[in-house]
Design a protein. Sequence first.
Length: 383
Amino acid sequence: MSMSVQEFALSHNEPQWLTVKRIVANDMKNTMRVPAPLSKFHFESPELNPRSIDTQNLAPKNLQDLGIIMMDLFAAANDFPELIQENLMEKAIYWRDNALNANHLAYLQSGGFVFIPKDVCVDESIDISDLVDHNMQEKHLLIIAASGSEVSFTYKDSKQQPKNDRLMIEVLLGDHANVSFYDAAMTNSEKSHRVLNAYLAQNANLKTYVGLFNHGDSRYYSNIDLDGMGSSARINLVSLSDQNQVVQTKIINKSPNTSGLISQRGIVADKSKTVYDTTGQIKLEASDSDSDQISRLLTLSPESKGKIDPILLIDNHDVVAGHAASVGKVNPEQLYYLKTRGIDAKTARFLLTRGFLTPLIEKFPDKSVQEHLLNNLEERIHG
């Protein structure tokens, strides 16, 4: 029998402030709206059952020696309330925005917390995949990189996923922090909703590398706020869909001398549909800034559909902004050429799609992620 929000919170000794925040979110969700594009991802509230919480710092010993914290989110809420209370769904993702966000907070089942101290630099990419229980519907990651830190993170989906899957990721960067985030989104869920939002302070730099290869209906949303002067962000995304997929990416230049670039390439297979909804916004205060976006979709069959909506919202004329978008079909001459060389249709299609995505995949600095994406692509095309 499912527990109430309060009973679930008590079962693993959540701090009172978090329990109250959950209860308020649960009460308020009924007064909030669900934006029309999100309606199919406004899942029913999941069952809340008792679960054991590991209260230890899960970072490897060499990272603990640097002061790095990797913990279960609920345990961290007790041990580090000064870091969690003012940041959890308050700066990058706002729980008050809509009923879906409020419900996510109220029924949050599993979460992870990562903290990188000031001026700490880590050479190897930190795998944070195991900080959440992949079998749960409502999952959350809160990542804080303090000023002057430099680090990269890798997150890979498990093959076992619930029917409805949601992961919300918040990344908060202090002054002069440099973060790379590798996200291999490859769920088998019927419906998958992924959010990666970030807040950047002065001269901070964030690069995200996303492989969106989900099997079911999926929605990916990323919003990056360039709040501090001199901050910059790059979103690099490759996608493959065999059902319906919506990718919504947005970078907002809020301060002077900020820079945002969105680069995306996607394959649309069978009878599926992919929509790239891409926005670059430069606020009035963001003089001497730049915003650019490049989006390309390749359809593999007459039934597959691709759509790109590039948007620029410019309030300051002392800026550089642009966009490029294209939707095209597999080149029949190239396909014919490969077939005349004795290559079967499936292999030919794989070679052409690999060639289309490789230029962007090769920009992923993490070689293991590159290999993971290419292997998954081959499996999907030949499957």
